[in-house]
Design a protein around this ligand. Structure first.
Ligand SMILES: Cc1ncc(COP(=O)(O)O)c(C=O)c1O
Length: 462
């Protein structure tokens, strides 16, 4: 029996997928330098690389795209999106951007100076990259339960409030041009942040005069976790919860490719009018005019519809049910996973699953490569390939706390039997896990290396 609510949609258009044979998969891996980002999508059977931009749009979104207004300035599409933004987020200003990292780049361009710090529960890699690219120092101050993969804490995305206050006192608020929080926390298991924590974080930032920005990529999933788990919110709608969340902040960045269920788009929203004017200048220089920001009018329409659909409660119950189902099936098969299940993805603790592979040989990469080799499944490493970095002061390598492999679920895309296939493939890997090799990097750029690094397996003499 299915453990999660059945899909609250029926399928009107399909896209064929095929499993290529094992020999072709091996060749594809070699050609890609053992980096799953280098695979062609036709070489992949079940693509769990990301939930970003990979969801299935609804008939209402496609219908909205047909009536996109492509006027360069002042398009109807912009005003439609604007009214949805007002209803859900309630910030005074916003600009569309082509995706989330463009919003992050523009925010950093107008607010951040070299050497300054930006605290968060956990920055995602693009946010981290954008802060570092301008000489800033991203700092993660999440609660310690986030690193205990089996702790049942209901809000493992929460900021550690004491650490945050101590950090601000130590660094000095004048060296912190903005503070952030990521909801849900993608880099730490897609775990939610509670309203109580958001309120406290907002108060702390406010008391030090530090502008508070929310990375809102998965705000809708976060609202449903709050509804399910936080006392006092069970009777509130997800829209009411969202409005309450954003009333606590000075602004937000968002990749609409997540909870707005579109294939491209994002925004930067805020209350400060002076900063907004600077943002408009940056936007015009890099993205496009302020009423389209690097997107087509039709894209803005799809976001306007998708933002509302992303908050629908039957959809969210099914969606969070999918990850819960995968987590419970993997647990049954003794695969170490982050618990409780996150919103958009399931995270396997590859460090725990493959203890014979040290961090410097990338256990997450090893597992991710093996999932493709065994069953044509594409996942992504979120461990030392993605997050290890050389300390700017000492040059010493700093490794992240966890070596994760993320199986991200595209929205409204895969069915129950696809999930069961994924479980079957992982079960087969478990049998031979002790013989999997580690990997060494042959070539990699300095920033965001997981997208393009090339690897080779480390063959050990017996
Ligand atoms: C939490 C978080 N922030 C920011 C981003 C960046 O968004 P984009 O890929 O649209 O640039 C992502 C994308 O995965 C994310 O998960």
């Amino acid at each position: 029996m299915s453990m999660h609510p059945p899909e609250p949609f029926r399928i009107k258009m399909v896209e064929s997928i095929h499993l290529i044979n094992k020999q072709d998969r091996e060749q594809a891996l070699q050609r890609a330098g053992y980096n799953i980002f280098g695979l062609k999508s036709d070489e992949v059977f079940i693509d769990l690389l990301t939930d970003s931009g990979t969801g299935a749009m609804s008939q209402d979104q496609w219908a909205a795209m047909m009536i996109g207004d492509e006027s360069y300035a002042g398009a109807r599409s912009f005003h439609w999106l604007s009214s949805t933004m007002e209803e859900i987020f309630g910030f005074r200003h916003f600009v569309p951007t082509h995706q989330g990292r463009a919003a992050e780049n523009i925010l950093c361009a107008v607010i951040l100076q070299k050497g300054q710090y930006v605290p968060s529960n956990m920055h995602f890699d693009t946010t981290e990259g954008n802060i570092r690219a301008r000489g800033g120092r991203p700092t993660n101050l999440i609660i310690k339960e986030a690193f205990d993969t089996t702790s049942p804490h209901p809000f493992k995305g929460n900021m550690d409030l004491k650490k945050l206050e101590d950090f601000i006192n130590q660094i000095g608020p004048e060296n912190i041009p903005l503070g952030m929080i990521t909801i849900t926390n993608n880099a730490g298991g897609g775990q939610p942040v509670s309203m109580e924590n958001l309120k406290a974080v907002s108060e702390i930032y406010q008391s030090f005069g530090i502008p508070f920005f929310i990375d809102a990529c998965r705000f809708a999933e976060n609202t449903y976790f709050i509804k399910l788990r936080e006392p006092g919110y069970g009777e509130k709608t997800t829209l009411e919860i969202a409005r309450e969340i954003f009333s606590l902040a000075d602004g937000a960045t968002m990749s609409a490719k997540k909870d707005a269920i579109v294939n491209i788009g994002g925004f930067l929203a805020l209350n400060d009018t002076e900063m907004f004017e600077q943002i408009c200048n940056e936007l015009i220089l890099r993205e496009g005019f302020i009423t389209y920001g690097g997107l087509a009018g039709r894209d803005l329409n799809a976001i306007a519809v998708g933002l509302r659909e992303g908050l629908q409660e039957d959809y969210l119950a099914y969606r969070l049910g999918q990850t819960e189902y995968l987590v419970s099936e993997l647990k049954k098969n003794h695969v170490p996973v982050i618990e409780p299940a996150g919103g958009h993805a399931v995270y396997i603790d590859a460090g725990k699953m493959l203890p014979h592979i040290p961090k410097s040989e990338f256990p997450g990469q090893a597992l991710s490569v093996e999932m493709y080799r065994e069953g044509g499944i594409r996942s992504v490493e979120l461990g030392s390939v993605a997050f290890a970095f050389a300390d700017p002061d000492t040059g010493e390598m700093k490794y992240p706390e966890m070596e994760l492999v993320r199986l991200a679920l595209p929205r409204r895309t895969y069915t129950q039997s696809h999930l069961d296939y994924v479980v079957k493939v992982i079960k087969a890997i478990v049998v031979n896990k002790d013989s999997l090799p580690g990997y060494r990097i042959l070539k990699a750029p300095k920033l965001m290396r997981h997208f393009s690094a090339r690897f080779e397996p480390i063959v050990k003499e017996l």
